[in-house]
Design a protein around this ligand. Structure first.
Ligand code: ADP
Ligand code: MG
Length: 499
């Protein structure tokens, strides 16, 4: 009965992936359904997926140009484009000369980090550093603003108490903090910003519309803690500052983790919406919030359905196509369609495969690393994570699906980076392509997914061509944002520069 597969050709390629077990009995309703739906087999689904996800050079070129143009529109006026292009008010970048004791505090997800660093200037650099990571008690993610900030201040107070002899501060000085806060904020100065909304599962009452620095300073006062926030930064901005401390050629920073974002050093006169601000250096880091980009992306039915089912439909489309939170979920949706249309995983569909976000990006990454002949790791992950059994050819198809989604994500991220570089180069010829320029990268997705990283770099090279791309260094900066925030606290210290 050839009804189980689309065509003889399909059977010869994927034959063993499609079980004929369901044909054994027509008495079970589920089997009848399987036979009907098997008219469509997995091969056309995979082919269509690859077509819809294709990122040939013209598509990437178009995307890079669109990124540059929405950046410009966002810099012209607030709300000028999809991209918020938020001025960070960071106009003094670390030079390496910073000296003294500074703290950093990083709140951006379920973990919260505190760090202290003793900076010794150009020669000694980082003399000592210590950090601690604490998970935010889940109930505080749904509590009041005071409860959350009191908790943060109490962790900070305990950490400060343990400050050892290798850290020192001149008498009478207040300890200064760089506060990395990775939620959408309308920055009002380098040390103040209004929370627009909580994201990433936080639903804390009483903070939206308030200055988060004031919330923290008040909580520190309640704790009797003599510390003050000198810089409020986004994690991308912290990463750029942390990388710049070691390398003067860093101009752009990109985070590819659960979500994604990018920032870069912009010329003051290229920010029309901020003409009233007096920048000391003539430049400022702009936080693009590029996750909101949406022009000309190659999207599939799976992306559209995932977006429609999300808590923010129509928003963050670039983020939903390239970042770690979503890649595994897109793959799960493809596999579910394949399982419904054929017998890729046998004749039933598991509860787990039906469950959104069951398959995570680290799982699809691990499957792509499997080099065994029968793809045993893939088989184990499919069984453990989504509860389906598979044979070797089904596993091969799964790996192809993972690769298709990772490839599209990496290449689109690469095109986004080129868009930023081209925008900067168009404004000041020779600034970017005429010399060595570094793009600092961080985030779990970039760090741990080698194929994704390779696809990203290939796209950058294809777009820039062999000559120009030799000047562009895409470099991983691990955990630069913590020390970056401390460095920005130093650069914006109320005691002036300590050098
Ligand atoms: P966050 O973005 O939440 O601040 P990270 O930068 O550490 O945190 O990124 C974590 C994200 O990175 C995870 O949500 C996941 O999507 C992705 N990730 C983590 N480990 C891996 C891995 N081994 N392979 C692919 N992606 C990974
Ligand atoms: Mg992070």
């Amino acid at each position: 009965m050839s009804v189980t597969v689309g065509s003889p050709g399909v059977r010869s390629i994927y034959g063993s992936a499609i079980s004929a077990k369901a044909l054994g009995s027509f008495s079970r309703p589920r089997v009848i359904m399987a036979v009907q739906s098997n008219v469509i087999s997995v091969a056309p689904i995979l082919t269509k997926l690859k077509e819809d996800c294709a990122t040939p050079l013209p598509v990437l070129r178009h995307l890079a140009a669109a990124m540059a143009s929405v950046m410009r529109a966002g810099l012209a006026v607030d709300g000028g484009s999809d991209l918020p292009m938020i001025p960070s008010y960071v106009d003094a970048l670390p030079t390496g000369n910073e000296k003294g004791l500074f703290y950093a505090l990083d709140l951006g997800g379920t973990n919260f980090r505190v760090l202290r660093v003793q900076l010794g200037g150009k020669e000694e650099r980082v003399i000592a550093t210590e950090f601690e990571q604490v998970s935010i008690p889940p109930e505080l993610m749904f509590g009041t603003s005071e409860e959350l900030f009191d908790f943060i201040a109490s962790v900070l107070a305990k950490f400060a108490e343990k400050e050892g002899g290798e850290f020192n501060l001149p008498d009478c000085q207040t300890r200064e903090i760089g506060f990395t806060f990775s939620f959408p904020v309308k920055q009002t100065s380098v040390d103040s910003g209004i929370l627009i909304k909580w994201t990433k599962g936080f639903a804390v009452s009483g903070t939206a519309g308030k200055d988060v620095v004031a919330c923290l300073n008040e909580a520190m006062q309640r704790q009797g803690l003599n510390m003050r926030v000198s810089a409020l930064v986004n994690d991308t901005v912290g990463t750029l500052a942390g990388a710049r401390y070691w390398d003067d050629d860093v101009m752009v920073a990109v985070i590819l983790g659960t979500g994604t974002n990018a920032c870069y050093v912009e010329r003051k006169d290229a920010i029309p919406k901020l003409q009233s601000h007096n920048s000391t250096s003539g430049g400022m880091i702009i936080n693009t919030e590029w996750g909101a980009f949406s022009n000309g992306l190659p999207l599939t039915e799976f992306d559209r359905e995932m977006d429609a089912d999300s808590i923010n439909p129509g928003e963050q489309i670039f983020e939903k196509t390239i970042s770690g939170m979503y890649l595994g979920e897109i793959v799960r949706r493809v596999l579910l369609k394949m399982a419904r249309a054929s017998e890729l995983f046998g004749d039933s569909i598991s509860e787990k495969l039906l469950t959104p976000f069951m398959l995570r990006t680290p799982d699809i990454c691990a499957m792509q690393q499997d080099t065994s002949e029968d793809l045993e790791v893939v088989g184990t992950i499919l069984l453990d994570v989504v509860g389906v059994s598979s044979n070797a050819s089904a596993r091969q198809i799964v790996v192809e699906v993972c690769d298709t989604i990772a490839k599209r994500g990496g290449r689109l991220a690469g095109a986004g980076i080129v868009g930023i570089l081209e925008k900067m180069e168009e404004d000041s010829e020779g600034l970017i392509f005429g010399k060595r320029t570094v793009v600092a990268m961080d985030g779990g997705l970039y760090e741990h997914y080698p194929q994704y990283r390779t696809y990203l770099q290939e796209a950058v090279q294809e777009l820039l061509g062999p000559q120009t791309s030799t000047n562009i260094v895409i470099e991983h900066t691990k955990d630069g944002s913590g020390i970056g925030a401390a460095l920005l606290a130093a650069a914006n210290s109320k005691y002036g520069h300590h050098f």
